[in-house]
Design a protein. Sequence first.
Length: 124
Amino acid sequence: MNDDDDTRRRAARAVRIKEARKLAGLSQGQVAKMLGLHRPSVSEIEAGNRRVSADELTRMAGIFDVSVSWLLGEAPETLQPDDPRLELAARELGKLKPDDLDRLLKLLAAMRPTGALPDDGGAR
């Protein structure tokens, strides 16, 4: 693996770590405390400027309720588009009021199975 590949992988990992932290509803400071790090270290990890040890990745996966393979970019980011459950879910979600949808999204984030993160298309 060359330096460009390493940089791309580190950047992809950083994006997933930041996304998982936010979906878990945690601040960088909270995560730092849980990992026994300083908050700037978490910031550097999320910026892709600091290497992450295997132990740190494992602990982050547990904290964020995702798999290590997802954090590493080895697991798929979303469901398969041909899953019929997506169409059913979309129809039902379209019937919700905005406030109810926000509450449901928070509930789903808390209930998601290990390794699966919702892709909200940037809506918040």
